[in-house]
Design a protein around this ligand. Sequence first.
Ligand code: ATP
Length: 245
Amino acid sequence: MDAIDVSALRKRFGATIAVDGIDFRVPPGAIVGLLGANGAGKTTTLALLLGLITADSGSVRVLGHDMARDRFAALQQINFSSPYVALPYRLTVAENLRVYGHLYSVRGLEARIRELAETFALAPLLDRPVGQLSAGQKARVALAKALVNRPALLLLDEPTASLDPDTADRLRAWLLRYRAETGAAILLASHNMTEVERLCDDVLVMRAGRLVDRGSPAALIARYGLADLEAVFLDIARGRPEIAA
Ligand code: ATP
């Protein structure tokens, strides 16, 4: 059973077609990168996968559940982190993790919070209101929140955008370990091509709401005959006609 199975998915905001009939699958245990220039449709795709917005047409199956009919069964097993979704800022870090832990009915919640605090170096911040934290500290809290229910599918929007290089590197290592230990699938929107090359088994490249290319980072680099994924990204973003897979 695929972690994600998307078919002919479409979403329009007024005159803008944000997602224009995309199809893709994410197998269990895969880490897949969602790439594309600003406005390509990545965040809208993630929001459609989470059921935060409703598609105009097409279907989304998450962990075997049809999101149009059976959304709540899927939501228990997925989680996400996005810099665009703020955590309740008056609550402390510990209170935030407790609230989300209860929403997901996490067993052994206090032990899970201690574990996450250790992983993300949050212990000194647990009693501080989230609104008082730096951007990088908030990003670590958002990731801890995203893992509180040990999700089988993790959706990440720019997970390391505000992290310093050392913290970002630790987080990437941690995501690889989480996948190895749990078999979880991860879909991650990112503009950091070095990160994508390190983490992702496959990438999906969006342009103007469409999926214009896909494949493993190594296969895309070889097919375009370029030095690295950054060069492939620039090539696609600047409008080179698609190379048939
Ligand atoms: P970025 O890399 O800048 O985060 P993105 O690939 O995540 O971009 P989206 O946020 O999905 O892009 O936006 C896709 C398109 O849909 C853009 O043209 C955007 O202006 C438009 N759009 C997104 N959300 C809305 C909305 N709520 N109302 C109107 N238009 C929207």
